[in-house]
Design a protein around this ligand. Structure first.
Ligand code: ADP
Length: 313
């Protein structure tokens, strides 16, 4: 068992994806060409990313088991993620995304039913106090209610556990939560919105630097702003620096951010520096975007080569 203990508090979904030549118009039925049902949700994705990279991961979540919920839990267990603190709710739906993809235009339409993700409560988190307080790193995203995340961050911080908030999707964040965040991770669009920057025609890096200035001025100690193929802007007390992404042939960038966060959490839990953590996150995300799929594309540690071997915490 790795001593790099990571707890992820977050969402879990079943993604149901139907492919057709094009999207149907309202009221229209079209023949489909393919269908997949795969586990997703930012929380579950990040838990799987960290587990594959060698962290010892506990997942704190709520899963409706009216449909598909048990399969979601089984899939996490198969990845070695501890699901002891996943609350099962027989009367609820799990999170479900119904996704239609039109092949010719490359477009999609999505209906997302949050289901049990919207029900995760502070009381659910309190039952996971033991693993939370024994972790080295706690990670959360914004697909579950913020009062639950706040409770987790309070418990963790009381024992000196480091907190990572991935502020995705782009939502207003409770200032009390930001005040308990050791490292805020977000993409450039989310950063601009959170920092309240006006829409501006500037390079992505310029937007990220302006957002980092504004968020650092609010007292955030560490920021990682992801810029897709350009890499990550790191901002901490030593200043701001752009760490470039690896050059790869990207074929599917869905879930890049989740793989990155899983990698950062793993290396940070191993006691590596923030820049080293970003290096692992970026190496893992680069490999993931060069393959099709989300969880299925996430690499195992060995695939990253000897430069990225696990370190003991
Ligand atoms: P999100 O998926 O949250 O929008 P990004 O697209 O910024 O996040 O990607 C997160 C990280 O994944 C990037 O900082 C980078 O390290 C890696 N990444 C994403 N796209 C590419 C790419 N085309 N080539 C190499 N690395 C990539």
């Amino acid at each position: 068992m790795s001593s790099a203990r990571v707890v992820v508090v977050g969402s879990i979904n079943m993604d149901m994806v139907a492919h057709a030549r094009r999207l149907p118009r309202p009221g229209e039925t079209l023949p489909g060409e393919d269908f997949q049902m795969t586990p997703g949700g930012k929380g579950a994705n990040q838990a799987v990313a960290a587990a594959r990279l060698g962290a010892s991961v506990s997942f704190v979540s709520r899963v409706g088991t009216r449909v598909h919920g048990r399969a979601l839990i089984a899939a996490l267990r198969a990845e070695g993620v501890d699901t002891t603190h996943v609350v099962e709710d027989e009367s609820a739906l799990p999170g479900i995304a119904v996704i239609m993809v039109g092949r010719e235009g490359g477009e999609n339409s999505i209906i997302y039913v949050p289901g049990s993700n919207a029900q995760l409560a502070a009381a659910d988190v309190q039952r996971a106090a033991a693993p939370l307080q024994q972790a080295r790193v706690l990670v959360a995203q914004l697909e579950v209610p913020q009062p639950a995340i706040l409770e987790a961050f309070r418990l963790a911080r009381a024992q000196g556990v480091r907190t990572i908030l991935n502020a995705a999707p782009a939502l207003a964040v409770d200032p009390a939560l930001l005040a308990l965040t050791d490292c805020l991770v977000l993409n450039e669009t989310e950063a601009a919105q959170l920092a309240g920057l006006p829409d501006a025609v500037q390079s992505a890096e310029a937007v990220a630097r302006a957002a980092a200035n504004a968020l650092q001025a609010q007292g955030l100690p560490r920021l990682l702003i992801t810029l897709g193929a350009q890499g990550v802007l790191v901002a901490d007390e030593a200043g701001q620096r752009l760490l470039p992404a690896r050059r790869v042939q990207a074929v599917d960038t869905v879930g890049a951010g989740d793989t990155f966060v899983g990698g950062v959490a793993t290396a940070w839990a191993e006691g590596q520096s923030l820049d080293e953590a970003v290096r692992l996150g970026q190496a893992a995300a680069a490999l993931a975007v060069s393959r099709v799929g989300v969880q299925g594309a996430m690499p195992r540690r060995e695939e990253l080569g000897p430069d990225f071997a696990a370190r003991s915490a």
